[in-house]
Design a protein around this ligand. Structure first.
Ligand SMILES: *[C@@H]1O[C@H](CO)[C@@H](O)[C@H](O)[C@H]1NC(C)=O
Ligand SMILES: *[C@@H]1O[C@H](CO)[C@@H](O)[C@H](O)[C@H]1NC(C)=O
Length: 466
């Protein structure tokens, strides 16, 4: 095709040269010939236009489609599900899921069948069993690890691993409930005391506390609120990459008002970047709290990003997963279906227009996901309540966290090019632990979060209602 194109274009160039030489002054035949080359030339122009499109690499339009409308208020809850779809499987819990699926499959109820299909379209559950044999001296030791609880100890010989996989995001987690019963490392001091001391020690030389003198700015200057401000990241990870910080140094003693102010500053920064550079439309943010969760400074700070082509890394994988899902099931919205599935298992908690769920496929310990169609006040409040749930109400290893948030596209577009407002939060273990909680499992194989989503949600429901 290309060869034909170039050959034609060479002939055309000849014709063009002939036609611009202009009509010769004498002879009817000459005129006719000139007219013919002119029409040939016009034909060439048309062909050029047609062929040149063909010679360019094709523009790949990734199937953009509209999401089906969001539904963050699930219609069906756990009570309805247990009454209507199950016939006698025990209370819903992590270890019971494989049995629930078997029971559920037999339901003849139309809505139960629809939900069952949604479940198997989206998630895959498999169970493995394994056993070990222990030499006598080791038995004593293992028994003591399990607080000499005999029924727990019997499970050593009959271990059940539950793998749950999200077929669209391709994330997976393996739970072995017995692993979570292993003792926690001995704490030298309570976590709160450790944080209090760390906060005092680091306050003195903190650059973020003296941000006017010790933080960078970019061409847009700073956004400043009553309790928060932005600073450019000195070593950038993207064209638009800033820090959004609280003015207060203390890593966990921030209030609802301060948190909302921080989020308002974040949104203002997104606006400002988008106004200055309108091609940049995909906003996102990450937040690690405390050194054990990867934070380089104790002073609380988020990283904010604005991107042009797509959301950052894994976040765009969520968008792609949702896009593939709505491609496979056109009238369905991936996020609504995911939330509905969590709701019937009793794993959601609602706050106004926002919903939070304890992810059944956690990326790491205690994952909570908060979703709202827009980054509105309800979304931020629910985010705050969940964080306070980890910091104040849950115990042992939930006082440092990592989190990633994405926000709807700045273009206002609601197609599959955009994500809803969402944040994923995982906890990172004991704040003073010098072992890393992330290993080759999370990096290369199947993550192993043993925290039970059914326990996480029971704590969070109380924290949100408080
Ligand atoms: C932080 O809050 C805790 C609990 O409310 C309190 O005991 C502690 O004194 C506070 N720390 C500071 C520096 O205000
Ligand atoms: C947390 O740890 C403390 C001791 O460090 C223990 O007394 C308490 O029972 C633990 N709480 C939970 C919920 O495991």
């Amino acid at each position: 095709m290309r060869k034909l194109y170039y050959r034609t274009m060479r002939i055309c160039a000849g014709v063009w040269a002939g036609s611009i030489m202009g009509p010769p002054s004498a002879g009817r035949g000459q005129w006719l010939r000139w007219l013919m080359s002119l029409s040939l030339f016009m034909l060439c122009v048309m062909m050029y236009i047609a062929f040149s499109n063909m010679s360019l690499p094709p523009v790949i339009q990734m199937g953009i489609s509209d999401w089906a409308p969001y539904r963050t208020h699930p219609l069906k809850d756990k009570g309805w599900f247990e009454r209507t779809c199950l016939q006698g499987t025990g209370p819903l819990g992590l270890e019971g899921i494989p049995d629930v699926i078997v029971d559920w499959r037999h339901s003849k109820h139309v809505e139960c069948r629809d939900l069952y299909l949604t479940f198997i379209k989206l998630l895959e559950v498999r169970q493995e069993e394994g056993s070990v044999d222990l030499p006598d001296p080791f038995k004593v030791k293992v028994r003591s690890w399990l607080a000499n609880d005999n029924s727990l100890f019997q499970h050593i010989y009959d271990q059940r691993m539950v793998f749950i996989r999200n077929k669209y995001t391709r994330e997976e987690n393996v739970f072995n409930p017995l692993r979570s019963k292993r003792p926690l490392p001995k704490l030298e001091k309570p976590e709160r005391q450790y944080i209090e001391e760390l906060s005092t020690q680091t306050k003195e030389g903190c650059d973020f506390c003296r941000y006017h003198e010790y933080t960078a700015r970019d061409s847009l200057g700073r956004v400043e609120g009553l309790h928060s401000f932005t600073a450019a990241n000195t070593f950038k990870l993207d064209r638009w990459h800033d820090l959004v910080l609280l003015k207060k140094h203390h890593p966990i003693n921030w209030t609802q008002e301060e948190f909302l102010d921080l989020m308002e500053t974040l949104l203002k920064w997104f606006e400002k970047v988008n106004q200055a550079d309108q091609n940049y439309v995909y906003p996102s943010a990450i937040w690690d709290l405390l050194p054990h969760a990867g934070a380089s400074q104790v002073h609380p700070h988020l990283h904010s990003f604005m991107d042009k082509e797509r959301y950052q890394g894994f976040q765009d994988q969520w968008r792609e997963a949702a896009m593939r899902y709505s491609g496979d099931f056109p009238k369905r919205n991936y996020f609504s279906d995911l939330i509905q599935l969590h709701a019937i298992m009793g794993l959601t908690v609602q706050y106004g227009s926002a919903v939070a769920f304890a992810n059944i496929v956690p990326k790491k310990d205690n994952e909570m996901v908060i979703v709202s169609e827009r980054a509105d006040r309800d979304f931020f409040l629910l985010w705050y309540f969940v964080l306070r749930g980890f910091l104040d109400d849950m115990q042992n290893g939930t006082m440092c966290f990592s989190s990633g948030a994405a926000f709807p596209s700045m273009t206002g577009d609601t197609s599959s090019q955009s994500l809803p407002a969402y944040v994923r939060i995982i906890t990172r273990g004991i704040v003073s632990d010098n072992r890393a909680d992330i290993s080759s499992l999370e990096l290369f194989t199947t993550p192993n979060a043993n925290t039970d989503p059914f326990h996480v949600i029971s704590v969070m429901k109380e924290s949100v209602l408080k």
